[in-house]
Write a protein that binds this ligand. Structure first.
Ligand code: NBP
Length: 477
């Protein structure tokens, strides 16, 4: 029997994606470097649908109907290249290779170019939602050619998550690396969301004096409002969990050193290259990195800090409401920065990415899924050339309404000595954007002083230089 799709790489993600295709009625060819994974899958889940287990690359390719659709779900980096090298010689023009791993978009661009020369469609595809999403419906961000999307789109739509309005969480993001680029920024925003939630938690604990269980209830309440999202929901679950061994809150027995796999870091690295200020995402990446420097932290334990003040119960409750405002405002800034990076990437690489469509496919399946994304889609639908999310009237009004509380939370954080780099970076971004004048004018003066780098004037066209070492007269550059 020939299979409509094949999956190679049957670790947690590939195995669940293969089951998802099979549960949706597709015949799925299976392959994995270590064949036991293939046989285990069939033994455990063979009843869920039609599987064609194979052991060699040749058998796998022969099992696929033409044009072939082959999904690679292996470790990103060299293993992905190794698998492409193994399969590409066995494929024919018109066949499609879908890379569903977390590839760097630059690698995807290279692979797409190389395979295009051989007539093979390479479809770098972001897949978000973790293990559970892969099985029950992920958010899917495919790049690659229009032609490949015509052949793959209907299948991807079937296995993808569905938003509340029933729309499938998949869209053809754009050519070559566009899908993986958007997945990268998704992960960067995910880092920022998690950092902001972490700061809210820490403030509720150290400033308001709430216990993890009480904070879980606060997050549950927030989850019924405009912050309604998967990450807020699971935060409440994690905070209310009690460690069985010690009876302590689970969050108090976990080592407070955050790890990362790299996609957040890439988001910041690429933003630096593109000249996009993603300060909130950068702070989130740095905060994880700082947490991991155990030696540095141990060596700094005795540094002086303020004496904490205790809040009364009504004061604590009022503070919690302010933290909700600060969290929401900072979240708007993170998404503003992330979408700016997508806009810049789309322009730099000619991808023509539809930002509203991106927001809409993040509404279900993925880690940052949130009610809030509907509003982003609406903002871009109303104005596709929106220069910034902050230029949208609704978001501008909301962030404006939140600003007093946002500032008050940062004052409290500063006075009490609780680090809130995400909230602070977001507010600084907001204030810098709305500022009438920035000290960049002074920076230009300094640069002209020490390096004759020239400057522009507010009142005349052209570039100028002041003779700093001479009579300080101004000359045209
Ligand atoms: P892993 O990233 O742990 O990769 C394991 C798979 O890669 C196994 O099938 C393994 O085969 C195969 N593999 C390796 Br390693 N080197 C190989 C090589 N040289 N040739 C052939 N196969 C090789 O699996 P995962 O956690 O399921 O993730 C798969 C992809 O999905 C990754 O790119 C990941 O970044 C991405 N992703 C993961 C998540 C998540 O929540 N885990 C979410 C979204 C995206 P073996 O069985 O023979 O060792």
């Amino acid at each position: 029997k020939s299979a409509q799709i094949g999956v190679t790489g049957l670790a947690v993600m590939g195995r669940n994606l293969a089951r998802n295709f099979a549960r949706n009625g597709y015949t799925v060819a299976l392959h994995n470097r270590t064949a036991s994974r293939t046989h285990d899958l069939v033994a455990e889940f063979g009843g869920e649908g039609e599987f064609v287990p194979t052991e060699t690359a040749e058998e796998f390719v022969a099992a696929l109907e033409r044009p072939r659709r082959l999904v690679i779900m292996v470790k990103a980096g060299d293993p992905t290249d190794a698998v492409i090298q193994e399969f590409a010689p066995l494929l024919e023009p018109g066949d499609m290779i879908v890379d569903g791993g977390n590839a760097h978009f630059a690698d995807t661009r290279r692979r797409e170019r190389e395979l295009r020369e051989r007539g093979i469609h390479f479809v770098g595809t972001g897949v978000s939602g973790g293990e559970e999403g892969a099985l029950n419906g992920p958010s899917i961000m495919p790049g690659g050619s229009e032609e490949s999307y015509a052949a793959l789109g209907p299948m991807l739509e079937k296995i993808s998550a569905k938003a509340k309005d029933g729309a499938p969480c998949v869209t053809h993001v754009g050519p070559d690396g566009a899908g993986h680029f958007v997945k990268m920024v998704h992960n960067g925003i995910e880092y920022a969301d998690m950092q902001l939630i972490g700061e809210a938690y820490q403030l509720l604990r150290d400033v308001a004096g709430y216990s993890p269980a009480q904070i879980a209830d606060i997050f549950r309440k927030w989850n019924t409002g405009r912050l309604d999202s998967y990450l807020i929901e699971i935060t409440a679950e994690v905070l209310s969990h009690v460690d069985a061994a010690t009876g302590k809150p689970f969050v108090d027995v976990v080592v407070d050193e955050a790890e990362q796999k790299g996609t957040g870091r890439w988001t910041v690295q690429i933003a630096l290259d593109l000249g996009v200020p993603v300060s909130g995402i950068a702070e989130a990446v740095f905060a994880r990195s700082l947490s991991g420097h155990a030696d540095l932290r141990a060596a700094s334990k005795d540094l002086a800090g303020p004496t904490p003040t205790a809040l009364s119960e009504p004061e604590a409750a009022a503070f919690a409401d302010r933290v909700e405002q600060a969290l929401y405002a900072s979240k708007i800034v993170s998404y503003t920065q992330g979408f700016h990076e997508i806009t810049a990437g789309s322009e730099a690489y000619d991808w023509d990415i539809d930002l509203g469509a991106v927001a809409s496919i993040w509404r279900g399946g993925c880690i940052i899924r949130a009610a809030f994304l509907d509003r982003i889609t609406a903002a871009y639908d109303a104005r596709p050339d929106l220069p910034s999310l902050l230029a949208d009237k609704t978001f501008a009004q909301e962030i404006g309404a939140a600003q007093d509380d946002w500032r008050a939370v940062l004052v409290a954080a500063t006075v009490e000595g609780v680090p809130a780099p995400g909230f602070a970076a977001a507010l600084a971004y907001y204030d810098a954007l709305r500022a009438d004048r920035l000290p960049a004018a002074l920076t230009q003066g300094q640069r002209d002083f020490f390096g004759a780098h020239t400057y522009r004037r507010t009142d005349r066209e052209g570039a100028f230089h002041t003779l700093w070492g001479g009579d300080r007269s101004e000359v045209p550059a």
